[in-house]
Structure formats: structure tokens, C-alpha cells
Write a protein that binds this ligand. Structure first.
Ligand code: ADP
Length: 420
């Protein structure tokens, strides 16, 4: 295993997985802390998707160390800790505490960190993170309900979460070339720094950084530096394939779209799919009355499974969601809808459906859990950041898991075209 990755959330894990696959690496994603019994085929990169971004640091550390142990037992040559490209964290963590725990376990005294991904509008300059053309602290992230980012200076942000000193690898250091960058890392280390935030304002900076960091036991960042590491491995001739996986052989049987995301992008995609495919709408107020509506949806679906995909959707615009929240409360509404999708996915799988497109991060988590899918091989990309995946180790599903705002208006039909 060329890189063992630990990601702090599910869709972030897939984003990294797709980025590595694009560079030619074979990638398997594992959902949740893997147990020893989980068998997966050999892959260049394995990404363990945790749900540890906003949990207490103690939990995030324990899960990350368990993932590390599992990856090391499978021969990971180096470790990459993946977090969000907006450095989502609280003053307690979890980026700092997880990084330092991994460093201790790896006997490493220096780690480079950068969430930069210039092609996606995330740049770091003199340690300050920009989202598009504004500072992180003015990007809207300052109002995030769980991880408000009120300071764009990542050297300061990371230092508040770590015991070790945090330095800077400036864009001048990065532009000086790979050897100079390595020398600068050695210098910082000699001065007692344990971490360095790395500047990157162009994707080329990430490529230099990838080469410069290849010998470090641990590197941390967004998907961008993952690309840099993958490109450096390819340059060394360690990666057999050139470029992204071109296709994933489709499985026989009908395709089903399950949509539980109420994001703006998904609402447009659902409207487009409703014009093409037989569609059934779930209503949380009816779901609250008992199992009747799920039974109705399944009876409806069973008579329509065939060559044309079908759509079952709970997606609703903001006003309707607000009415449902007034009536049921937000948590109960979410639970009802996610539970409905769990039952629907299980019953459709029993009826022979093997191909699922799922919209919504939480909804995807519920469906994957219901289908008992522990690991996914990353296949061709449908839209930036969203690949087809093949379930590994159990029933052979094809799954496309889309977080709310990803994909263009024709995402669902495009998904089936990519698989054909
Ligand atoms: P996204 O990736 O867009 O955030 P998620 O699946 O993560 O999508 O979250 C959407 C949440 O909204 C889920 O918990 C889902 O169960 C819930 N939900 C879906 N449809 C409705 C609805 N009509 N009313 C209220 N809640 C809904």
C-alpha cells in the first residue's frame, strides 16, 4: 500500500479517493474504523472514512489510531491524514490532536499540513487560507454552526490545537524547488518546529510539496496535497496505471436513484430526473404515521423495476422542509427519512437491485449501512468528486454516493451513462 489515508468524514474520504484514482492509483475506501476481520484486495491507496470531524478530540484520536494500526498491519508505506479544504476544526481540534497522536504512533517529529487546492479555489499564502478571493474568516465559514473558522491564519489556528510549535513553509520556500523545500523542512525541524503550514497558490506548488513530503511518515491536508503525493509516486514509477479508471463493468439488473438531500443542486437534479424516470415522492409527515408509505413505495417500485431507472425521493425545497421541521422536529424528520431509505434499500436489494445512486451525505451513510457495505473500490468519476464505486467483499453493488451540492443538473442520467 503506497498511501494509507485517514479521512475525518465520508464525502471528504471519497473526494480524496477520487483525486488519487485520477492520478492512476487503485483506491479502496473503507467506511468506519475497520475491524481485523475485514478483508480487502491489495490497493495502491486505502482511505479509511471516519466521522470524526466534530466529535470530542479523545474519540477522534482513538478512532484515528485504530485506523492507523489497521493500515500499518496492511503495509501502508506512508500515512495521509485528510481533512476539509476549509480546515474545519474547533479550538480543541480535531486536526491538531489527531495529527500529534498519529505522529507519536509513527515516531515522527515533523509533519507538513496544507488544505490548499488551488484548482478548487483553496489557496494558502503566508499561512493564510483563502476561499476563492476572500479570507477563510470572511468566506461564510466564520458562521459555520459546528466549526466556525474565525481566523484565516492557519499557523495560529493549528498552534492553538497542538503542543508542538507550528512554522511556515512559505510560497518562496515552495518555489525554490524540491531540494530546497526538503532543506527548509530540516531547518525548521532543527529549530524545534514540529509542524509546518505549507503555502500553495498554484497546483504546481502541491506537486513540489508532494515530492518534498514523500519521505515523511505523515503528511496532512485536503485532497490537493494527496494529488501532489500521488503524482510524486507516479513520477517514481510506483503507479502502474496512467490516469483515472476508465470504467467499472456494470451489473445486470435495474438501477435505482434514492434522494434524501434537500440541497439546491439536488433539487434541480431531482426535477430533471422526474421528467425522465418513474418517480415516487416520500413525505415525512406520512412516514411519521407508520410503515404504510414505505410499503406503498416498495409496491410501486417492484412493478417498475426494469431497464429504465426509477427514482424514490424525499428531497423537498426549504419551505416544505421547514413545515416538516415545525411538525416533527428536525432530528425526528431526518431519522424518519433515513430509516425509510434504509428499509427501501434493503428491500430493493432483496428484490435484486444492485445499482444505486444516492443523493445526500447522511442519506448515503444510511444506505451504505443498510446494504452492509464496508468497503468500496473507487471507479470512474461522474462529476468532480463523485465516482462510481464497487462494493468490496460482500454482495457486488455499484454505488454512486453524492453529497448534496455536488454534480450538474443532469447528474443522475449522467451517472447511468458513465456506467453503461
Ligand atoms: P446533504 O448532503 O444535501 O446535506 P444529507 O442526506 O446529508 O444531504 O442530509 C439531508 C437530511 O435531510 C437527511 O437527514 C434527510 O433524512 C433529511 N430530509 C430529506 N428529505 C426531507 C424532508 N422532505 N423533510 C425533512 N427532512 C428531510
Amino acid at each position: 500500500m503506497l498511501i494509507g489515508c485517514i479521512a475525518d468524514d465520508l464525502t471528504g474520504a471519497t473526494d480524496l479517493g477520487v483525486t488519487l484514482a485520477r492520478e492512476g492509483l487503485s483506491v479502496t475506501q473503507v467506511n468506519g474504523v475497520p475491524d481485523d476481520a475485514l478483508q480487502i484486495p491489495a490497493a495502491d491507496a486505502v482511505v479509511v472514512a471516519l466521522k470524526s470531524r466534530t466529535n470530542p478530540p479523545e474519540d477522534a484520536v482513538a478512532w484515528s489510531l485504530a485506523a492507523l494500526k489497521w493500515l500499518q498491519a496492511r503495509g501502508a508505506e506512508r500515512i495521509y491524514f485528510k481533512y476539509c479544504s476549509t480546515f474545519d476544526s474547533t479550538p480543541r481540534g480535531n486536526i491538531g490532536p489527531v495529527t500529534e497522536a498519529l505522529m507519536r504512533a509513527l515516531h515522527s517529529d515533523f509533519a507538513v499540513a496544507t488544505p490548499a487546492y488551488p484548482r478548487n479555489g483553496r489557496t494558502v499564502y503566508l499561512g493564510h487560507l483563502f476561499v476563492g478571493d476572500v479570507l477563510l474568516s470572511e468566506s461564510g465559514m466564520q458562521n459555520h454552526p459546528l466549526t466556525p473558522m474565525t481566523d484565516a491564519n492557519l499557523v495560529r489556528v493549528l498552534a492553538a490545537q497542538t503542543e508542538g510549535k507550528v512554522g511556515l513553509l512559505s510560497s518562496a520556500d515552495v518555489e525554490a524547488g524540491v531540494d530546497a523545500l526538503r532543506a527548509r523542512c530540516a531547518q525548521l525541524r532543527g529549530e524545534g518546529y514540529r509542524h509546518a503550514i505549507l503555502d500553495a497558490t498554484r497546483d504546481e506548488h502541491l506537486l513540489a510539496a508532494g515530492e518534498g513530503c514523500l519521505d515523511l511518515a505523515l503528511t496532512t491536508g485536503g485532497a490537493g496535497l494527496g494529488m501532489g503525493l500521488a503524482r510524486a509516486l507516479a513520477k517514481q514509477g510506483r503507479v502502474a496505471r496512467k490516469g483515472a479508471p476508465s470504467r467499472l463493468p456494470p451489473l445486470d439488473g435495474p438501477g435505482v436513484v434514492l434522494s434524501g438531500s434537500c440541497s439546491k443542486a439536488t433539487l434541480g437534479q431531482v426535477a430533471a430526473a422526474q421528467a425522465r424516470y418513474p418517480s415516487f415522492e416520500l413525505d415525512p409527515l406520512k412516514l411519521a404515521q407508520g410503515p404504510g408509505q414505505v410499503d406503498e413505495a416498495l409496491a410501486w417500485a417492484r412493478t417498475r423495476l426494469g431497464a429504465t431507472p426509477i427514482l424514490i425521493s424525499a428531497s423537498a425545497p426549504h419551505e416544505r422542509v421547514a413545515r416538516v421541521h415545525d411538525a416533527l422536529g428536525q432530528a425526528r424528520a431526518a431519522e424518519l427519512v433515513e430509516d425509510a431509505f434504509r428499509r427501501i434499500a434493503t428491500a430493493l436489494a432483496a428484490a435484486g437491485v444492485r445499482t444505486f445512486v444516492v443523493a445526500g451525505g447522511e442519506t448515503s451513510g444510511a444506505v451504505v449501512e443498510a446494504l452492509g457495505v464496508r468497503a468500496l473500490a473507487i471507479g470512474p468519476e461522474i462529476a468532480p468528486g463523485v465516482p462510481w464505486t464497487a462494493a468490496v467483499g460482500g454482495a457486488p453493488y455499484r454505488l454512486a454516493l453524492k453529497s448534496g451540492n455536488f454534480g450538474g443538473p443532469d447528474f443522475f442520467s449522467r451517472a447511468f451513462e458513465v456506467l453503461a
